[in-house]
Design a protein around this ligand. Sequence first.
Ligand SMILES: *[C@@H]1O[C@H](CO)[C@@H](O)[C@H](O)[C@H]1NC(C)=O
Ligand SMILES: *[C@@H]1O[C@H](CO)[C@@H](O)[C@H](O)[C@H]1NC(C)=O
Ligand SMILES: *[C@@H]1O[C@H](CO)[C@@H](O)[C@H](O)[C@H]1NC(C)=O
Ligand SMILES: *[C@@H]1O[C@H](CO)[C@@H](O)[C@H](O)[C@H]1NC(C)=O
Ligand SMILES: *[C@@H]1O[C@H](CO)[C@@H](O)[C@H](O)[C@H]1NC(C)=O
Ligand SMILES: *[C@@H]1O[C@H](CO)[C@@H](O)[C@H](O)[C@H]1NC(C)=O
Ligand SMILES: *[C@@H]1O[C@H](CO)[C@@H](O)[C@H](O)[C@H]1NC(C)=O
Length: 779
Amino acid sequence: MTEEFKQFDKAPIIPIVTFNRWSFGLREVILAVIAGILLVMCLTFAGLFGNTNEKLANVPSASAIVGKRYCTDLGCLKTATRAVSLMNKSVDPCENFYQFACGNYKKVIPVLPNQGGRNVIKDLREVNEDRIIDVMEQPISALHDYAAERKLKKFFTSCNDMYSREKQRGLPILTSIIPALGGWKLLGTWDPATWDLNSAVKKVQSDFWVDALYAPRIAMDRSDGEKRIISLAAAGTGKYMQPWWYTSTYYSKVKEDYKKFIRRVGSLILRDAATLLDPPQGNATESEGLLEEFVNDTFTMESQIASLDQLGYDAWDDELYTKMSLGALTTETNNVIDWTGQLSYLFNTAGISASTKIDVTNMEYFTGLSEYLSSLPQLEMKRMLHNYLIWRVLESYVQEMSWEYIHANREIYVDLFGRAQFLGVYRYCFYLSEFYMGDALGHLYITQFLSKENKDTAHEISDNIRLALQSQISKTPWMDEPTRQYALEKLQLLDLKIGFPDWLANQGEIDDMYSSLIVNASDFFGNVIRMNQFRRAFWNADLRRRGTGHEEWTHAVYETTASFSMLWNEVAVPAGLLQFPIYDASQPHSSSFGSLGSIMGMFVHRFVDEWGKFTDKNGQIIGSGPGTWWSNSTVNNYKVVKQCVKEAYSNLTRTVLHPDDQWREVKVNASYAASSGIAWVNGVKLALLAYHDWSAAKSLDERLVPGLDMTYDQMLFLAHAQTACEVEDRWTAYMSAVYDGMDAELNVNTALGQLEEFSRAFQCKKQAKMNHAKKCQYY
Ligand SMILES: *[C@@H]1O[C@H](CO)[C@@H](O)[C@H](O)[C@H]1NC(C)=O
Ligand SMILES: *[C@@H]1O[C@H](CO)[C@@H](O)[C@H](O)[C@H]1NC(C)=O
Ligand SMILES: *[C@@H]1O[C@H](CO)[C@@H](O)[C@H](O)[C@H]1NC(C)=O
Ligand SMILES: *[C@@H]1O[C@H](CO)[C@@H](O)[C@H](O)[C@H]1NC(C)=O
Ligand SMILES: *[C@@H]1O[C@H](CO)[C@@H](O)[C@H](O)[C@H]1NC(C)=O
Ligand SMILES: *[C@@H]1O[C@H](CO)[C@@H](O)[C@H](O)[C@H]1NC(C)=O
Ligand SMILES: *[C@@H]1O[C@H](CO)[C@@H](O)[C@H](O)[C@H]1NC(C)=O
């Protein structure tokens, strides 16, 4: 639930993110990162109707239902069924509300061996994926499917066509990639006299869309918020490898595993060259030594890159950027790489010249790289680089080939991370489709699966959350008047995006977007190459575009994570979240406020809290340092509140199984947890306030949900907790515990234990665990 958690989440728990996707994905990610501090929620929704028979026994008699007290419509019954299926009613809600609400979740939704963990939001995302996959698996109908949908289906079909992939094995690499890169020494097709460094790197980067030696990206120009600029950073090491693994002696096993992977894929290609090419290429007798040379060259080159680049794109310090022209970069790096040539080839329609200014991240890397390359004897430099470039492409496309190649990729993953977590090919193909044709998938999702009523009414939740926070702020004791006024104004300007951007619903626009893309249902590899070129054209257009891009959505619309961007002053709730049980117009409103409302509450709150205090009402960072619109007295008063919350979080622990097979307690880092803790508590509080205001305004008297015997307020808290239900396997639990300590149970219980409204709703006794003796004065 924290920004750091998101980083942890980025670790390839499930290697669904292929190198292609991962590497290219990063190219896009930079825009989003520069554009705003995105916080991806780790809350969520679950598989629903496990075994309900036993629960139905709890439903009140028909006569009670017929009495006006209970609702009997479908949405309401669905809510009751789901709520009961996740609960453990033998737990006292005042002792452990999370277990009361989610105690049965682990039984209904077990963790499968290929997953690190599940939670309600991830489950919902999977439901969305499966729906889209179902559509992509249906036969193509020229009459009914619109053009982009047909292309999606063809791409998906080609990707899942394992028969053709098995038949071809390494052939696509051997015929369409290696010759284009000037041949390969192992096959006896490489001629150092004609091989040219600049031309090979260009092709790897632009024709095959693989980062090698450097990563080009499109970023926002720091000096003009409406302009894009090319940004360069170091890149080109193994997809699963961390830079420090290459350089530290501690990781010798990892290094050997990685070399084994390189050797394995290299020998598969060699075998295929000898058996599938006509005439055959390569010589088995000679290749043994050449293969070792290939492994060594590649590894040496990557180690060199890794030792020059210990920063990568994780570093966002302004001082690491150097803005300079491509011509100047070429001269300053001794003309080893012709940077103008490289980037004018990639951005072939964007008018790039030697005077084009770019952002260089970590200039030392680029000077270091050219010094290293110049220091090598010419022939050795060529050999090493050519081997290295071939490997970059092989590693990148390894999952696009036959099973043996896919298996080699799985093997390295298991060697490095000790976990066999793999997705079926169809799910991998989904992610590829998403990567290449995300907007087409988004269009398909909103036209086929999004309830119009939900999209049209969900703003009632966000509008009321905003109002609730405004009325709360008018009374917040620790804010002084000027700060209060500013906060109110900032909230008024906050953009609450719900569902999807309008253009995404326009079929004509979607078809136009993909009109230049050719997809062949029986040529997967060719499709991937064409998709990459399509992307290149998109990048070219993107680089020339002006504007803040504020109208864009940084996440796919079928995502189930809400997000916020401080710099865009916006919260976005994607269409994927506008469904049962998060938000559904037909479910009891108390449940929608409890789930979507508390998610929104937490996010909206962030714009005026200790995070939001650094950006002004237009999303600009205040001053060059940590300036703030909070007054000094507000800053000081807040310290008291924060201290109180830190104390509330100070004695929390989790007991997790450590790698040495011992169960031990891990203490929660209270100063770290306090900040998100405040947002969590206030998120639920706002949901409750907003729900009360909303139902008062509508003079609505909701009827009770059958089978639960709970009031609306209780239902709201229940829905809140059931949005967070999670189950983790041992590794994930251990990692998250040592990382930030908190889990869903601690988050929910600590937040609700701090809320007077919760204790009142459940009439918790004074000594009850969920009724903290000391409650802090938040807002
Ligand atoms: C439900 O709670 C009871 C009482 O704490 C416990 O004994 C039981 O194991 C729990 N059931 C599940 C599925 O966790
Ligand atoms: C393979 O290499 C060996 C040793 O250099 C040589 O004797 C043999 O003739 C080569 N075989 C082919 C098919 O080129
Ligand atoms: C690997 O390559 C490096 C650099 O070219 C060289 O110094 C080293 O001797 C090679 N090692 C092996 C085992 O071939
Ligand atoms: C599609 O790919 C197959 C297999 O590569 C090829 O035989 C066929 O000609 C291609 N179709 C078109 C229309 O290009
Ligand atoms: C607020 O505090 C800062 C740093 O403590 C100080 O530099 C500044 O002068 C103070 N402003 C006012 C208006 O007191
Ligand atoms: C935390 O534990 C310490 C030592 O046992 C105790 O003095 C303190 O009151 C506890 N704080 C809370 C908030 O429970
Ligand atoms: C706890 O979190 C704070 C704030 O993020 C950090 O500065 C501190 O180093 C952390 N403490 C430990 C023991 O990890």
